[in-house]
Design a binder for this molecule. Structure first.
Ligand SMILES: Nc1ncnc2c1ncn2[C@@H]1O[C@H](COP(=O)(O)OP(=O)(O)O)[C@@H](O)[C@H]1O
Ligand SMILES: [Mg+2]
Length: 296
């Protein structure tokens, strides 16, 4: 789905489109580098909406860039440059602000998820079996409760459809014990740091997904990092466990879709301008609070 002219431009004139995700487009530039472009597309319940959210692509891209810089002392990452900060690539400014240049990695096909609070698929597993990622959990946890210590819950990366949660033992069978332990440790370390950082700025990062790969033999963080698309952001001021927590960025969209009685099957209905505008403001608020920098 092409959401704006700049995407068309990029596709035809620039670099090879190698992957089109729900929200981001990846292009190759040369042998060893990729251009990752965040679009203004938004998905809800895994379905891409017909509307674009103004500035969402720039916000998510620049948020990843921000976190990559802040966490590089914990783990190296694939970022070469925020596209606005380099002349080496000739693309329009309105695409540059949504783009980053990264090193191509040998991806590890596991989604590394850190969770500080019980919600989503972890809550479902807990209700079903009393475990999370196959590990016994204390009784009596309510939806949205904070864990005593954050937990690591890996998933396989499915080429199509939904990613599947797996146990830590199953991950060891796939990538080995040593790498599993390393990824668990790094994922939790990055999460702990970011969670604390965000909490002080009144955003709760309830959980987040990271991807890793090897670049010239070195283990690196890849993909996007600690964005509202790869994480659950909650408003600290509204946090109240025991029920479903409002989503920081997508709640207006979800509420509106719910009120329409949409069955969550594509196509999604066109969002009203008011919902689009309010949602854009929410992303901007998250960016401003977290980064304290000017959106470019
Ligand atoms: N540095 C990198 N090297 C190789 N692949 C990467 C790198 N960074 C991210 N990727 C991969 O690029 C793809 C980006 O896709 P994405 O836009 O997230 O869509 P989706 O996950 O829905 O397929 C993912 O498969 C991700 O694992
Ligand atoms: Mg992805």
């Amino acid at each position: 789905m092409i959401m704006d002219n700049s995407d068309i431009l990029l596709e035809s004139n620039l670099a090879d489109l190698v992957h089109r995700g729900k929200v981001r487009d990846t292009h190759t530039i040369g042998e060893e580098t990729l251009l990752m472009v965040s679009t203004d597309r938004i998905s809800a319940y895994d379905v891409v909406m017909p509307n674009a959210i103004p500035d969402k692509g720039a916000i998510l891209n620049q948020m990843s860039v921000f976190w990559f810089a802040l966490t590089r002392n914990i783990v190296p990452n694939h970022l070469i440059s925020f596209a606005m900060d380099t002349d080496t690539i000739d693309i329009p400014e309105n695409v540059k602000r949504r783009s980053m240049i990264v090193r191509k990695a040998d991806r590890i096909d596991i989604e590394c998820v850190a969770r500080g609070y019980i919600t989503g698929s972890a809550l479902q597993e807990y209700k079903d079996t009393g475990t999370i990622a196959g590990i016994d959990m204390p009784q009596g946890l309510r939806e949205g409760d904070r864990f005593k210590d954050p937990i690591f819950t890996p998933a396989t990366k499915a080429e199509t459809g939904h990613d599947e949660n797996i146990s830590i033992d199953a991950m060891k069978d796939i990538v080995g014990e040593e790498l599993t332990n390393t990824l668990e440790r790094i994922t939790l370390e990055v999460y702990d740091f970011a969670h604390q950082y965000a909490l002080e700025r009144n955003i709760i990062i309830a959980d987040t997904k990271m991807e890793f790969g090897f670049i010239e033999g070195q283990l690196c963080l890849i993909d996007e990092l600690l964005t509202p698309d790869s994480s659950r952001f909650w408003d600290r001021g509204l946090y109240s466990p025991g029920k479903t927590q409002p989503n920081y960025d997508k709640q207006y969209v979800r509420d509106w879709l719910g009120a329409q009685g949409w069955d969550r099957e594509p196509p999604a209905p066109e969002l009203p301008q008011e919902i689009v505008a309010k949602t854009s403001i929410r992303y901007r608020e998250a960016f401003d609070k977290l980064t304290g920098t000017k959106l470019r």
